[in-house]
Design a binder for this molecule. Structure first.
Ligand code: 4NP
Length: 156
């Protein structure tokens, strides 16, 4: 589960790019991907038009995305949580999600601890920057999750 604040900008794109990376690594049958926001403002609504346009430029249709919220009552449906920034990370932790199952999207990047910047209040170019950041970081995140899967499932 990719997590941001509103589930209309960053985490819908993270969901797409983690899924695409899993496909590339042959891991897509082992994971399901979704996204949610810690806030409830946009629940049931569409992704931001700039999110949809950015995905479309990269050949992905996000028009059917509907925003959802992660809560203290529903997080148990998911095994792994990938937060976009420190605020998301803290909010998810406060819901009771075990730290061992919670990642930061950019934690494997050199100079780790950086946020995926919230593009909501900026211009359209911020969304392309977010796409590029998510695409490069999805590689290490899926590598980690693939390794964890191997550890926890006797697949050989
Ligand atoms: P996101 O961006 O967390 O990447 O989906 C935002 C979307 C909406 C708001 C803030 C951030 N908002 O305040 O409504």
């Amino acid at each position: 589960l990719a997590v941001c604040l509103g589930n209309i900008c960053r985490s819908p794109l993270a969901e797409v790019l983690l899924r695409e990376q899993a496909k590339r690594m042959g891991l897509d049958s082992r994971f399901e991907f979704a996204s949610a926001g810690t806030g409830d403002w946009h629940v049931g609504g569409c992704a931001d038009p700039r999110t949809i346009a950015t995905a479309a430029r990269h050949g992905v249709d996000l028009t059917s995305h509907r925003a959802s919220q992660i809560t203290v009552r529903n997080w148990q449906s998911w095994d792994w949580f990938v937060a976009m920034d420190d605020n998301n990370y803290r909010d998810v932790l406060a819901m009771g999600v075990p730290k061992e199952r919670l990642l930061l999207m950019r934690q494997f990047e050199a100079g780790s601890g950086q946020a995926v910047p919230d593009p909501y209040y900026g211009g359209a170019d911020g969304f392309e920057t977010v796409w590029q950041l998510l695409e490069s970081n999805a590689v290490a995140v899926m590598q980690y999750l693939g390794d964890e899967y191997e550890k926890n499932h006797c697949s050989h």
